[in-house]
Design a protein around this ligand. Structure first.
Ligand code: NAP
Length: 339
């Protein structure tokens, strides 16, 4: 097995904690929005965990598969039953299998500036339709740390006790998604977990890939957004699946990210040292940044398995060996909420 295949295999291998949790989970699972950046990894970990646990469940993965059938074929190959549906078409939504467990990963971010009405329809209106259709299920709702404002770095990151204050229409519509699911959790007694993610780190996209590529290619690194929180995507995917066992009425809000607030300058320097290349910094660190305190999810699941230095090494190895890339930038530097 070559180095890149080895990295991918490890990313898609379930931990004992996930295997054990899947043993306690009753019912089949449907993943809505399975063809995006996180869907395959989450599905692969789930299928591996079910296999290791010796459990048979139907796992459905649904999207429009707007990338053609590339992601669909890969999902089918690991045993996910794929279904093509546009959730904005109500008949398609109603026709989906009504299973016990739902992972809702649908969202619209890039292009939202200039397409505001669709952004609100997909991110805030559709959740109401989904919450009604799956009112007898338990639902993990992917959300984003963007629902918090930029905070003074010295004051520290907001936790779930802090009030959201979303900047810009994308983040506001995501807060709308959360509030609508919260509403239907109360009115229909549907157990829900709101999963507020800050920056999944994958080898094909993400904050570390962007910083690493800039350094590797001799491009400058802007440090105006001077601090970030990140989490290894497989650790985040496992927490999403394990959150099925932490859905509650009213909804349980969970910040999902790593334990450290990381300096962007320090991350760039680490890649510089790893690649033995000079680092060009532009800008100066602003006093505020988009941050998240995920201590509540760490209490539930433990700290993420993969450390920041391990992530740096894996991403650097992937880039050095010219592993494939998605070329989907995160725009983590954005400070006005315009995506
Ligand atoms: N990746 C991160 O680091 C990160 C960070 C914070 C929050 N999040 C949130 O976590 C969720 C999952 O992340 P991601 O990166 O995997 O998102 P993504 O790449 O944007 O994927 C979104 C998924 O939704 C599907 N979708 C969109 N509109 C649809 C429609 N009308 N009908 C059916 N399917 C539809 C897309 O598939 P088709 O186009 O094929 O239909 C795709 O499968 C998103 O809500 C994202 O905002 C992600």
């Amino acid at each position: 097995m070559n180095l890149l295949d080895k990295i991918e295999t490890e990313m898609n291998t379930a931990s004992d904690a996930l295997v054990n949790d899947m043993k306690s989970l009753d019912g089949d699972i449907i993943i809505l929005g399975v063809s995006g950046k996180i869907g395959y990894n989450l599905s692969a970990l789930l299928m591996d965990a079910l296999k290791k646990a010796g459990i048979e469940k139907n796992v459905y993965g649904v999207a429009r598969f707007s990338d053609g059938n590339h992601s669909r074929d890969a999902l089918e190959a690991i045993g996910v039953q794929t279904l093509v549906a546009d959730f904005m078409n109500d008949a398609s939504l109603q026709s989906l299998p009504k299973v016990k467990n739902v992972i809702f990963m649908v969202g619209y971010k890039f292009g939202s500036t200039g397409n505001e009405s669709y952004t609100w329809a997909l991110n805030s209106y559709l959740p109401g339709r989904v919450a009604e259709v799956f009112k007898d299920s338990r639902i993990v709702v992917f959300s984003t740390g963007c629902v918090y404002p930029l905070v003074n770095v010295e004051a520290g990151a907001p936790s779930e006790e802090s009030m959201p204050e979303a900047i810009g229409e994308y983040a506001q519509s995501c807060l709308g998604r959360e509030r609508i699911f919260e509403h239907f959790s109360k009115t229909n007694q549907t157990p829900v977990a709101i999963y507020r993610l800050n920056y999944a780190i994958d080898v094909r996209y993400g904050v570390l890939v962007e910083l690493a590529r800039n350094v590797y290619e001799g491009k400058p690194v802007d440090v105006t957004m001077g601090q970030v929180n990140v989490i290894w995507q497989p650790d985040a995917s496992e927490m999403a699946l394990r959150s099925l066992l932490h859905t509650t009425v009213p909804a349980n809000v969970l910040n999902i990210t790593g334990p450290e607030t990381l300096s962007v300058r320090w991350l760039a320097d680490r890649f510089g040292a790893r690649f033995k290349k000079p680092v060009t910094i532009v800008g100066t660190e602003a006093p505020s940044a988009l941050l998240s305190n995920a201590s509540k999810s760490h209490e539930l699941f433990g700290y993420p398995k993969t450390s920041i230095r391990e992530m740096i090494e894996i991403v650097a190895t992937w880039i050095e060996h010219e592993g494939s890339q998605l070329d989907k930038p995160t725009h983590f530097q954005e400070r006005e909420g315009k995506y």
